[in-house]
Ligand binder design. Structure first.
Ligand code: ATP
Length: 312
């Protein structure tokens, strides 16, 4: 196992003696990408094998909340390989939803705490509004840099020293994979999980509050689960699954647009192209080849990027 020491304030000769280090010297790694692009897998590969002094901070707004683990694609405990994850399923979904401003303050405190313990914060997740709120040097909760005909300008000044890795997958290939992933999620219990959620005491207090009630799968299956809406039946089920796949594809497309907007706004995003690894899955090639392509095309370049950043 290889590891690199983190040059956080106070850990290098160059920085020792800097009485009050400013946030902009705090180093963080940010793993971005569309839903399904392999961000979680890459983060675990990096944190377990190369940078074991890391802790992951979730930046997926739906994975913040307790519940719907399959529906929201939370990385399960065994897959975390012992890497500490912050804000993963910690929040009560019946409470008011976590806003970008809340995230700025919560994740900001987590970064200070992790850095103070001389560990490396690694931000992982697809909610670009949260990533922007956290990382922009000056964040105005009223401004919207992503939506509308005339979005506000992106702040290119950042609060931390950031190493951005964008796990990029060509959209046609990702779309194929996303449809397959929805089928796999359904096979591994997504429908049963949502049936239980619709039946639960907390259902009414979650719905209409934003947050978890907006997770893809919840609104789409509403008619299927609702007797009042004449739901149930094969037709309602197939319609819902079709809508889940379409909405997931749209989410991925919007996420990529937002990432490109940040890059155009001056954020130094380094992309690693994971398309070939997904093509290997598509070609139903052996798991061995997929793993090898993933390693060569995604893990190795990412390790180089992060090492260079930490050694700067
Ligand atoms: P927006 O302003 O569109 O909410 P955002 O950057 O704040 O964008 P995204 O992560 O792009 O947040 O999420 C947008 C929507 O996509 C969510 O409201 C939800 O419907 C869906 N979504 C995002 N992440 C998940 C997830 N893990 N599971 C299910 N649905 C999700």
């Amino acid at each position: 196992m290889e590891s690199t020491t983190i040059a956080t304030p106070g850990t290098t000769n160059r920085r020792r003696g800097a009485a009050a280090a400013t946030n902009s010297h705090q180093k963080i790694v940010v793993i971005m990408g569309a839903t399904g692009s392999g961000k979680s897998k890459l983060s675990i590969d990096l944190c377990t094998r190369f940078f074991p002094q890391s802790e992951i901070i979730n930046s997926d707004k739906m994975q913040f909340y307790r519940g719907l683990d399959i529906t929201t694609n939370k990385i399960m405990v065994p897959e975390r390989n012992g890497v500490v994850h912050h804000f993963l399923g910690d929040f009560d979904p019946t409470q008011p939803e976590v806003t970008p401003s809340d995230y700025r303050s919560l994740a900001g405190s987590a970064i200070s705490d992790i850095s103070a313990r001389k560990r490396l914060p690694v931000l992982v997740g697809g909610s670009n509004s949260f990533i922007y709120a956290l990382l922009a040097k000056r964040f105005d909760p009223e401004s919207d840099v992503f939506n509308g005909p005339d979005p506000d300008p992106v702040s290119s000044e950042l609060r931390y020293s950031c190493c951005f890795i964008w796990v990029d997958v060509s959209l046609p290939v990702l779309n194929w994979y996303l449809a397959k992933r929805v089928d796999e999620m359904l096979d591994s219990g997504m429908l049963e999980e949502l049936a239980e959620f619709y039946d639960s005491d907390e259902f009414d207090s979650v719905m209409g509050r934003g947050g978890l009630g907006q997770a893809i799968g919840v609104p789409e299956l509403r008619r299927y689960f609702s007797k009042e809406l004449g739901g149930g039946g094969q037709r309602a089920y197939e319609d819902a699954v079709g809508a889940i796949k379409e909405n997931t594809r749209q989410l991925a497309r919007r996420q990529v647009e937002k990432i490109k907007r940040l890059r155009e706004g001056g954020w130094d995003l380094r992309s690693v192209d994971a398309t070939e690894a997904f093509r290997a899955v598509m070609g139903a090639e052996s798991g061995g080849r997929t793993a090898e392509v993933w390693e060569r095309q995604v893990v190795e370049p990412s390790v180089k990027i992060v090492k260079r950043f930490l050694d700067e």
